[in-house]
Design a protein around this ligand. Structure first.
Ligand SMILES: Nc1nc2c(ncn2[C@@H]2O[C@H](COP(=O)(O)OP(=O)(O)OP(=O)(O)O)[C@@H](O)[C@H]2O)c(=O)[nH]1
Ligand SMILES: [Mg+2]
Length: 224
């Protein structure tokens, strides 16, 4: 029982403390920061803020999340980013339908929620819209976004057999959930611009092309 919050982090020293402090008291029984070998002191800050820090030296957003899943001690998992883009005060909203047994996967939708100015460049907004449209068409799942802020049952997630270890991971979870007949629900969430540092993915051409490739490949791979 209980809730484990899993936060993948790579060089997010400017925001990790604020993110951890914003987790509402009582909202999580365990908070894991999966550190990808940060060189800016992220792991130390996370530890001092009371998080359980797990090192995952292999690169990849999905890899970090998957390591958190294996290590988590609670049955309900919540994923959110370390860069300050997601709002930890919304953890209770995201996790509620899992805890009540009314959903198997809850995805925080930024597009049906609130995107702060500068949080989501046009290409990221369009990419998410397109991916969600494809998933509606190919999988019959009524979703609007593929956001990282989400909640899921750990036992179920382990049975999905996740293989994507980069930015295709969140997409793979959704399409495999659809294929497995899970009850997938969205709740609106707020999305802020990352607290500090240059955008590594959504604001760069290389990052955008790579993320788009992994997301689209994953959608078509399981559509057959
Ligand atoms: N441990 C670990 N964490 C990662 C890795 N890549 C990204 N992250 C973390 O995963 C979260 C999402 O990554 P971001 O770089 O913010 O991805 P994004 O939101 O698509 O793009 P930008 O915010 O525009 O850079 C952040 O908390 C990152 O620190 C990695 O290889 N290892
Ligand atoms: Mg980000």
């Amino acid at each position: 029982m209980g809730v484990t919050v899993i936060i993948p982090a790579l060089n997010e020293a400017a925001s990790i403390g604020k993110v951890l402090a914003a987790i509402p008291p009582g909202a999580a029984d365990e908070v894991i920061v999966v550190d990808g070998g940060s060189t800016d002191g992220t792991a130390g800050i996370a530890q001092r803020c009371g998080a359980r820090v797990i090192e995952e030296p292999q690169r990849g957003y999905g890899r970090a999340c998957a390591t958190g899943v294996v290590q988590a001690r609670c049955e309900t998992l919540v994923f959110l980013d370390a860069d300050g883009a997601d709002d930890p005060s919304q953890i209770p909203d995201v996790v509620a339908l899992i805890l009540s047994g009314d959903a198997d996967l809850v995805v925080g939708s930024r597009l049906s929620g609130e995107v702060e100015r500068g949080a989501m460049p046009f290409q990221q907004r369009f990419g998410n819209w397109l991916a969600a449209w494809l998933i509606r068409r190919l999988y019959g799942l009524a979703i609007t976004d593929l956001g990282p802020f989400r909640a899921v049952d750990r036992g179920r997630l382990l049975k999905l057999g996740m293989v994507e270890m980069t930015y295709g991971w969140p997409t793979e979870m959704i399409v495999k959930a659809a294929r497995s007949g899970w009850r997938v629900t969205e709740v609106p969430v707020r999305y802020h611009p990352r607290t500090a540092g240059r955008s590594k993915i959504s604001g760069t051409l290389k990052g955008t092309v790579s993320a788009a490739y992994h997301i689209l490949r994953t959608i078509f791979r399981y559509a057959r």
